[in-house]
Design a protein around this ligand. Sequence first.
Ligand code: F6R
Length: 605
Amino acid sequence: MCGIIGILGSHEVAPVILDALRRLEYRGYDSAGIATIHEGRLELRRATGKLMNLSDVLVCEPLRGKAGIGHTRWATHGAPSVENAHPHRSGRVAVVHNGIIENFRELREELSAAGCRFASETDTEVIVHLTDRHLGMGLGPVEAARATLACLKGAFALAFLFEGEGDLLIAARHGSPLAIGHGEGEMYLGSDAIALAPMTNRLTYLEEGDWAVLTRQGVTIHDSQGSPVQRAITVIDVENARIDKAGHRHFMAKEMAEQPSVIKAVIDHYVAEETEEPAMPLGVDFATADRVVMVACGTAFHACQVAKYWFEQLARIPVEIDIASEFRYRDPVLGEGDIVIVVSQSGETADTLAALRHVAGRVARTLAVVNVPTSSIAREADVVIPMHAGPEIGVASTKAFTAQLLVLLLLALKCGRDRDRMEPGHCARLLSDIRSIPGFMSQILDREADYERIAEVLGECDDVLFLGRGVMFPMALEAALKLKEISYIHAEAYAAGELKHGPIALIDKGLPVVVLAPRDGLFEKTVSNMQEVMARHGPVVLLTDAEGAAGAGAVSHCVVLPEVPEVVAPFAYAVPAQMLAYHAALARGTDVDQPRNLAKSVTVE
Ligand code: F6R
């Protein structure tokens, strides 16, 4: 959420910053801007909308200079406009900010009373006015920035640039991620490794409360008390930070297509061939655990909802799941025997990170299932279980979702074995089912024409209802989320049995109902609910297997999926759900990879 970049370079930096912002655009795309220092003078350019608009501004009004900062915005305070775009400037200082300054109203009132004129509606602008005032009181840039940081409450990652200071950047981290990049006679800062990947693979991640002074010679880091501290340099895998669409029209299309190979990579990492046991994770034993608690947001939460069924069925352990933003504010009852699993693609989601901090030291162990192994959540959990999905750039999560599902299924298997609830033979059979996932996913991906045909119908509707039972209920929730976030069609999902407790009132011939129903033990019950829809002229789109299709009656549309073992059915039904959303979005001409109002990494509450 908001991407930040800063460079002290040896060549012109504006094009390099623009390029880095392109890699950060998944974090926000309401507006963007760059500030540089050229011959001591601070100058900035800003534009609303996609980065292309800023690029056009720079063609007409180029920015010179070898030191600069850049920003791509996801609006929190103030609509997307040039005035609200970052960098913000007051006098000699410019700032880019990711996060929220919670006490900005008080600060703004004080500054206004003291005569400051505000040019934007943002919370960020107080930072530049405060810093400029501190400079005006005779403080140097470092002391001025430090005095400003002491006034701020909230979550922020900041970069400061000062007029007359072509070899100085100041960075600060308080609740939002920030990394320092080390170059040869150049230094960088950025919101993530992806931003800095073409420039350097040597990164230092700032810890909570750290602030840093960068020159081309290096960086000095201070902790929240102001004491100088050493933070390790991590060498990152640049290949893993490379991003391109590999010939696909959208990142989402590429990421959906990658799922068979991602699933195979997860299997290769976590299933030792010779032992027929999940080989994960080191240092966690579920045998003595009283309970598993899973916490996440959005799609990652849906993965937890599916996993609850697996842990309960395969390991007979009590499981509690919660949305991270609710969990930490309801004062949850925690026990020393609890194992808490947080799930996050980005590893930076503010609520999930806060939930992890809330339980730290109060439970037996914290596990983080994350896609970005250098993320804040990965660094703070007791045990990290990377999901090995590779960079996910499309805002709608696809391959990370199925990778999360698989990591959680393997954990459930391990839990069942640790607790002696599962015979080795049963575990081996389930692992063999798991090995079949890449094959059937490829087959399902190949059915593009089917999805396109149905998506055209969905694309013409204002509302769509999704139904499922058992694990297909959270899968229906995920299908509805995918459809609404990228096509803007209003979609809801219900447990099929809940239909007659309210939502059935919505059914008429204009409301398509998508039913996820493999031929399993619950199929007949779901068919009854489907009949209730059809009796009221609701058009039904059925996702099922051949046996299910034979027993379902005359639905409006049916996608016949391969018959797959029950435990791995969520992997089969995830793909058509994603595909229907993708093709409905194409039919409606929306921005698939960067849907309105959304950002990939949600680093604010
Ligand atoms: C939906 C989607 C979001 C994320 C959610 C959590 O397609 O991507 O709902 O799942 O914002 O993000 P992470 O997994 O990064 O914590």
